[in-house]
Ligand binder design. Structure first.
Ligand code: IVH
Length: 689
């Protein structure tokens, strides 16, 4: 970070908060929903900014910062599996210079002269999902997804359906316990076949092969996985209690001998120049492959060197991912359509002459928002350069002005909602324009789609087509209305047979028992994603209590900032929300009780705890959960609002700050005493440092 432009603590605190929320959101979309919202490079940029800010303000680092973990928590459907060795991610390089810097860092780390060549293995970066296979005495015991890097989902029965994946290893494989790491992926052909099938059934299409592979692997019914041709390339070892090969190239050879498929294009490179040549070759050559790759993974060949180099928090120092530059193409804009989302947000979309970018034909590109259209001066009829960065839909990069037709006119963003005609408003400082229509059909439909979606109330069979019809027939006007539907009404929908109508009715009935966090998420409150929904559900325990919470109460929940508190409060103030809640109550929508989430005591009511340093007897998160269980708040930063700072081993700047602010500092033992003998639950009688 440039020291001359270092921000103040206040600016850094607020920027860090924004970055963390944004990154968590992207993480969730990427890892849990398999629906990435931004290109990797955007994510990496945000992460880099956060890492830099936290490096400049170490006192602001919190255990729940996305920099402190590798991905998102696993979804709760599958059994969770702890990896014996964590599954880390890789740092990125986007160009030659960054690859050369990596090479220099490696040499510095190994104490080698800058002009000495280090051997690397260059491998294609397969764009699938990482899977760890645990073998005991050569037998497959568990296969799990990466999850948050420390524990993932146990998807063993599904993995067993992969024909190319060895259930038993060959005789010369290690006879102890070993974790083999690799990538599960689909061919382009199979991806298209699956999508064609889904289209025929009126189901949502997978955006790309990676999502499709993830969706296929995470099926609760493994016979569905079996019907899809997933492949596996092995490329690394995790934990192993037996001797390892001496180099990555020998490891790849060994993996082949043990019975795995490995990617045939890996190359042992004598130095960084050969690596660069490999990257250039595959940047151009990747379209000849029948599976998706999104770059090249460069690994130091010697495992001794790898051990010597070690890791920085999230990734190894001995490997890096070179990411291919985004692909571009030229085409003509035929129309600009404005879509209305769940929160009324208007998104302009360019409808274009079909054009191939990176092996895919595209006809639509996002124009982001009004300001972006104005900044680039995009007009209907313009020839534009579009860019498809990995997997998200392409964006319009720039207009080719020389090719602009003479009679072209500046694009005017609609001042009224294209769907319901209500006014369009833009709040100060916001880039997004919104339709203010309360009953805007586009918003209502999007809300219902969200309500029925997988992470929310998960109503199978309630797809976009059914929702459109229910709205058109006036059978439903909000999510609460779903619970009043009758079989007779459902039978009036097009192509609705008795069986499917009954199934839908059953699915709606089953959704009444979803856990509270999912119900809170399903409501579609602005800024309340899955993580925040869980925090709110944990804290308030019932929907009624959440609906009645004051802004201050909402604000006091750790992880909930003023913006979320404000929008949550505002949501429940609306008369429409009242009506939805009433209908839900009448229909007996009763979430499953929270598992240990709700406060079970008032002991710590009004008290805020901050934990710092290493606790010896419990994980910090467990200590925080205990505080919440006893009615208190757990926060990550010390302020005047902090009641107690619990300082573990190697407590640093937070303990000092607490002392300057006059906050009581407790030892771990003091805290345990408070928790275990409630009678002593004031720190007055305890040692205050
Ligand atoms: S090695 C410690 N090799 O890329 C690093 N990863 O950002 C272990 N990937 O999660 C990973 N192809 O899903 C490695 N040949 C390859 C890979 C590869 C794809 C993925 C993998 C990992 C991510 C790292």
């Amino acid at each position: 970070m440039n020291p001359t432009s270092a921000p103040s603590v206040e600016t850094a605190t607020s920027r860090i908060e924004t970055l963390r929320k944004e990154l968590e959101h992207h993480n969730y979309r990427y890892y849990v929903l398999d629906q990435p919202s931004v290109h990797d490079s955007v994510y990496d940029g945000l992460m880099r900014e956060l890492i830099d800010l936290e490096a400049a303000f170490p006192e602001l680092i919190a255990p729940d910062s996305p920099t402190q973990r590798v991905g998102a928590a696993p979804s709760r459907v599958f059994k969770s599996h702890s990896h014996r060795a964590p599954m880390l991610s890789l740092g990125n390089a986007f160009n030659e210079a960054e690859l050369r810097e990596f090479d220099q860092r490696v040499k510095r780390g190994l104490g080698l002269e800058p002009n000495v060549a280090v051997e690397y293995v260059a491998e294609l970066k397969i764009d699938g999902l990482a899977v760890s296979l645990t073998y005991q005495v050569r037998r497959l015991k568990v296969g799990a997804t990466r999850g948050d890097g420390f524990s993932g989902e146990d998807v063993t029965p599904n993995l067993c359906t992969l024909r190319g994946l060895p259930l038993w290893l060959q005789d010369d494989a290690p006879d102890g316990e070993v974790e083999v790491r690799g990538e599960v992926f689909l061919s382009f052909e199979e991806f298209e076949r699956i999508n064609a099938e889904r289209e025929a059934r009126g189901e949502a299409l997978y955006a790309n092969p990676r999502n499709s592979a993830a969706g296929s692997l995470r099926q609760l019914d493994s016979s569905i996985t079996a019907g899809r041709r997933l492949h596996y390339f092995a490329y690394a070892l995790g934990y192993s209690d037996r001797a390892r090969p001496e180099s990555q190239s020998e490891l790849l050879e060994a993996l082949r001998l043990w019975g795995f498929k490995t990617n045939p294009n890996s190359v042992l490179c004598a130095g960084i120049d050969a690596v660069l040549e490999f990257c250039t070759r595959w940047d151009a050559g990747r379209h000849t492959l029948n599976y998706a790759t999104d770059g090249v993974v460069v690994k130091v060949n010697s495992l001794t060197y790898q051990d010597e180099l070690g890791y920085v928090s999230r990734s190894p120092r001995w490997a890096i991912a070179y990411k291919y530059p985004a692909e571009k193409a030229r085409t003509i804009i035929r129309d600009i359509q404005v879509q209305v989302g769940r929160t009324g947000a208007l998104t302009p979309v360019a409808i274009m002459e079909p054009v191939e970018v990176g092996g895919v034909v595209v006809t639509r590109a996002t124009l982001h928002n009004e300001d972006e259209i104005r900044r680039k001066d995009v007009r209907i009829g313009d020839t534009v350069v579009i860019q498809r960065a990995g997997e998200v839909i392409p964006e319009v990069l720039e207009v080719v002005l020389e090719a602009r037709p003479q009679n072209s006119a500046e694009y005017r963003f609609p001042s009224h909602c294209p769907v319901c005609g209500a006014d369009v408003e833009r709040q100060e400082g916001e880039a997004v324009a919104r339709c203010v229509g309360i009953a805007c059909p586009a918003q209502v439909a999007a809300n219902l789609r969200h309500w029925a979606s997988r992470g929310a109330m998960d109503i199978e069979g309630l797809g976009p087509a059914q929702i459109q019809q229910l709205l058109a027939k006036g059978l439903v006007t909000n999510p609460g209305g779903l619970y009043c539907l009758t079989l007779e009404q459902l039978l009036t929908l097009e192509r609705s047979a008795e069986k499917s109508a009954q199934n839908l009715l059953n699915a709606i009935e089953a959704s009444k028992r979803r856990p509270l966090p999912r119900l809170v998420f399903a409501l579609g409150i602005r800024h309340v994603g899955e993580t925040v929904a869980r925090l709110l559900a944990d804290r308030f325990g019932t929907l009624e209590r959440l609906a009645g919470a004051t802004v201050d109460e909402l604000n006091s929940v750790q992880g909930v900032g003023p913006q979320i508190a404000e929008s949550t409060h505002r949501f429940f103030q609306q008369s429409e929300a009242d009506e939805v809640l009433r209908k839900l109550r009448e229909a007996d929508v009763m979430p499953e009780p929270m598992q240990g989430g709700e406060a079970r005591s008032d002991l710590f009511r009004g008290k805020t705890f901050v934990f710092t340093g290493t606790l010896l007897t419990m994980q910090r998160t467990a200590a925080e959960a205990k505080v919440r269980e006893l009615g208190g708040n757990a926060s990550s930063s010390v302020s005047r609002a902090t009641t107690y700072l619990v300082a573990g081993e190697k407590a640093g700047s937070k303990a000092e700050k607490a002392r300057t602010l006059g906050v009581n500092v407790l030892s771990e033992e003091d805290f345990l005493q408070m928790v275990s003998s409630p009678d002593n639950a004031t720190a007055e009688g305890l040692s205050v440092e």
